[in-house]
Design a protein around this ligand. Structure first.
Ligand code: PHB
Length: 406
């Protein structure tokens, strides 16, 4: 064989090899999933894994002809350190096509420079501090912001509950500060007055809420508005409210839906009855998508199991990823993937959702819910009113950390 022929054969082989790799990479999409599989958020990670699993099971046809491979990494404590390393390794070693997850805001904040450098779509499935999506053009959020739920709760505390005074107790980290600012802005806009704001521990170990709530009780507000991250803190909030006899003292407990996470509701007991929250999801929502989702969930994980809002953030997040995969024909170029999601609409178990083309945040319904005891003896969420198509109000109003930089 002449030298020239060998070169030609070799070139053909390389071309064929490349075509094969391209075909394979067009079919397989690698998702790097960053969740707290150990530590305080482990239960939330399980809910979100299951949310993803259920979407892929219920919507297998929407995924075809692509294969989604999920590579999981543990973000551990909610301090950002492990999550940042996870993002780095997933991009550079595992060469993922898309990043996803992030339960805690500090994790998403710490990961932002890595997300920027990686130039891949990064879908936030929980973390709710408003300004996070300003930190990278590759962040798209399918969860919520505290400026959605707390703003609506502030408005309705005045309008629906006719409260005049409020004390706010909030977990002292970025989403808690957003919850305070949003509630105060909306409540005072409607004529109410926040008479005290009490930082109540961090997002890690559950604090003893007794001194914080005793201080609130002594101030005799009409309502006590609480934000804590979902998980064991929520159960402790309701128990402490009950133990201090605050209802009998005429103080109504209100909050974001993080305080009445569906998986914690039954353990809260009768102290939770009458609690009013604003949120985008509860497992009792009456729509066909949610009925199918909850039924599939109970079949897969047991009759006493239930999805919650963290599971739905992950369900909607993987739906968004699947949309981007189809739109980019599996290539998942970061800019093209983000672009495909601007204005994307989806009918979720929480109701209709959209990605705001300007902010890359979710637009969704907020429900004002009341905890009631059902005829089955269990606690349920009753929707009192629906505020449709709520945008992140921090960016809509361009205030606080969302004000334009001077
Ligand atoms: C957050 O850290 O942004 C966060 C975590 C849990 C929640 C809400 C917000 O329930």
């Amino acid at each position: 064989m002449s030298k020239r022929m060998i070169a030609a054969v070799a070139a053909t082989a390389v071309a064929a090899g490349m075509a094969m790799t391209q075909a394979a990479s067009a079919q397989d999409v690698k998702v790097g999933l960053i969740l707290p599989y150990t530590g305080v958020g482990a239960e939330l990670a399980q809910q979100m894994d299951r949310g993803i699993e259920q979407y892929l099971k219920l919507n297998a046809a929407a995924v075809k002809p692509y294969n989604i491979t999920i590579i999981k990494r543990d973000s551990k404590a909610p301090d950002g350190a492990a999550a940042k390393v996870d993002a780095q390794e997933l991009l550079t070693q595992d060469k993922v096509d898309v990043l996803a997850g992030w339960v805690y805001s500090p994790d998403a904040i710490a990961s932002a420079p890595v997300v920027n450098a990686g130039k891949k779509l990064a879908v936030i499935m929980n973390a709710g501090t408003s300004f996070i999506t300003n930190l990278s053009p590759y962040y798209v959020r399918t969860s919520f912001t505290l400026w959605q739920s707390s703003y609506v709760m502030g408005e309705q505390a005045a309008k629906y509950l006719h409260a005049k005074t409020a004390v706010v107790a909030y977990t002292d980290y970025p989403p808690g500060k957003d919850a305070l600012d949003a509630f105060k802005y909306a409540f005072e806009h409607e004529g109410g007055k926040v008479i005290d704001a009490i930082p109540s521990g961090g997002p890690g170990a559950t604090p003893d809420f007794t001194p914080f709530f005793q201080r609130a009780k002594d101030e005799h507000p009409d309502v006590l508005f609480v934000f804590v991250p979902a998980g064991d803190q929520a159960t402790a909030v309701v128990k402490t409210y009950g133990a201090l006899g605050m209802r009998a003292a005429g103080i109504k407990l209100i909050g974001t839906g993080d305080v009445v996470q569906d998986i914690k509701l039954q353990a809260m007991g009768d102290a939770a009855v009458g609690l009013i929250t604003a949120h985008h999801y509860n497992a009792d929502l009456d729509n066909p998508q949610n009925k199918a989702f909850v039924a599939a969930w109970k079949k897969a994980y047991g009759a006493d199991s239930t999805p919650d809002f963290t599971a739905v953030g992950a369900y909607d997040g993987i739906a968004a990823i699947v949309h981007a995969v189809q739109a980019t024909k599996g290539k998942m170029d970061g800019d093209a993937a983000v672009k495909s999601l601007l204005g994307w609409k989806f009918t979720s178990p929480q109701g209709p959702i959209m990605i705001d083309p300007e902010t890359r945040d979710i637009v969704m319904n907020e429900y004002l819910d009341e905890v009631v005891k059902g005829s089955d003896g269990k606690l349920h969420e009753k929707v009192l009113l629906t505020v449709p198509n709520v945008k992140d109000q921090c960016k809509a109003l361009a205030i606080g950390p969302c004000a334009p930089k001077k």
